[in-house]
Design a protein around this ligand. Structure first.
Ligand code: FAD
Length: 389
């Protein structure tokens, strides 16, 4: 079988398929390290706190999606989250702990503390562990081999990946979203890596696969607005989980800083439209994020990378407020899948950001890395079984 993409979802799918006994090839556009997953900072959700449950997690997703998510996918996501975390731990991911348990934060739209973290480089830790496992397995990795065409073949699919033609009984599409390309078209900033351009979704649509909510793109409420070195950087949402609040030019709080992402982003757009925003030194719109309210201990444990980057740019977020504005971040919708991650075309699977339904039209933070692991594993296993059968 063939996996397209080397983000968290592709790596999880390839590893699970190999462990299920399939002969697996993984083709990716750039180097194996190049993906959005490695850039993820804030964390990954799982109902592991004492006052939490998968049912509560599922309910929060449903509410944050404005009741547009596919509940079959959501229930699987929330109920398999704890086992996905333990699987990652077995692969070597060391989530932050305190007082004998996990260090959990509450993220926007969540009714309980549910976000596990590895400092503020959670995606880096997860992809490094998955990559190590894939590279020491029998998976054949083909870097710099972008998928350029896909068509039904004699025994499944024929894929042209760069210079190679690969035949596979089943194919898992794990090529991520399109926000880098979309932001360039709109003349906006994006948090995404340059490989997030969406051509694999287009290929699947041309083959007749169904998609949903493709128009629902998500703005991260807190793009860095100043200094220039931080423009396009996504300030981790954990800043707000640990006490930072949004303020307008008059120093007033104008929204619930822990509301779902689309609500917070819209509140910022509205505040700026009312003339209550702040202009950056290079003339961009912004509001304040008062990071001085974050306890120093929490910041040093959970935001070390952000602190380092701002301080290198001459700003200490624990001593002064920082400027922020929403930035194009995530493709909420994507290819329609079932709970085995199979698309509407037989033998063609999709997992991670390229798939739709799990978040409906508005994703909560921390559920994308989770989706990559839960549905990456499911896609890999199901595609392996179909390939063997
Ligand atoms: C800055 C940032 C911070 C984030 N923080 C969080 C967070 O804290 N928690 C959370 O849950 N989520 C977070 N997210 C979202 C999350 O990281 C991503 O949505 C998720 O990791 C996507 O994983 P993926 O495997 O689907 O795609 P990606 O990780 O983007 O991987 C896609 C892969 O497909 C490859 N590819 C693309 N096109 C082709 C092609 N034509 N042929 C072959 N290969 C191709 C790419 O090169 C890449 O290797 C963040 C995202 C960003 C950008």
């Amino acid at each position: 079988m063939l996996v397209i993409g080397s983000g968290a979802s592709g790596l999880a799918a390839a590893l699970s398929a190999e462990r299920a006994g399939a002969r697996v090839a993984l083709a990716t556009k750039g180097s194996i390290q190049s993906c959005n997953s490695a850039k993820a900072q804030g964390g990954i959700q799982a109902a592991l706190g004492p006052d939490d449950s998968p049912e509560r997690h599922a309910q929060d997703i449903w509410t944050s999606s404005h009741e547009t998510a596919d509940m079959r996918l959501v229930e699987v996501l929330a109920s398999e989250a704890p086992s996905a975390i333990h699987w990652l731990e077995e692969l070597g991911v060391a989530f932050d702990r305190e007082n004998g348990g996990y260090r959990l934060a509450r993220c926007g739209g969540a009714s309980a503390k549910r976000l596990l973290q590895v400092g503020d480089r959670t995606g880096h830790a997860i992809t490094a562990a998955l990559r190590d496992a894939v590279e020491s397995s029998s998976v054949a990795v083909h870097p710099r081999s972008p998928l350029v065409s896909l068509e039904p073949g004699e025994n499944g699919w024929r894929a042209r990946c760069g210079e190679r033609t690969l035949e596979a009984t089943t194919v898992v599409l794990a090529a991520g979203g399109r926000c880098y390309a979309e932001a360039r078209e709109r003349g906006e900033l994006s948090t995404n890596h340059p490989g997030a351009t969406g051509e694999v979704t287009r290929l699947a649509l041309e083959l007749g696969a169904e998609a949903r909510d493709l128009d629902a793109l998500q703005y991260h409420p807190n793009g860095g607005a100043w200094p220039p070195t931080m423009q396009g950087y996504s300030i981790p949402e954990t800043t707000r989980a640990y006490g930072a609040v949004l303020l307008n030019a008059d120093g007033e709080e104008f929204c619930d800083s822990l509301a779902p992402r689309d609500v917070v982003s819209q509140a910022i757009f509205d505040e700026v439209a009312k003339g209550k925003g702040v202009e950056t030194p290079d003339g961009r719109p912004a509001v304040w994020l008062d990071t001085t309210r974050i306890p120093v201990r929490d910041a040093e444990r959970s935001l070390p990378y952000m602190l380092r980057r701002y301080r290198a740019g001459g700003i200490d977020p624990l001593r002064e407020k920082i400027l922020t504005y929403p930035v194009l971040h995530y493709q909420n919708g994507g290819l329609v899948i079932d709970t085995d991650a199979e698309t509407t075309l037989e033998g063609l699977y999709a997992c991670g950001e390229i798939a739709g339904g799990t978040h409906g039209r508005n994703r909560m933070m921390g559920n994308s890395l989770l989706e990559c692991v839960v549905y990456g594993r499911r896609a890999g296993k199901a595609a392996a079984e179909k390939a063997k059968g």
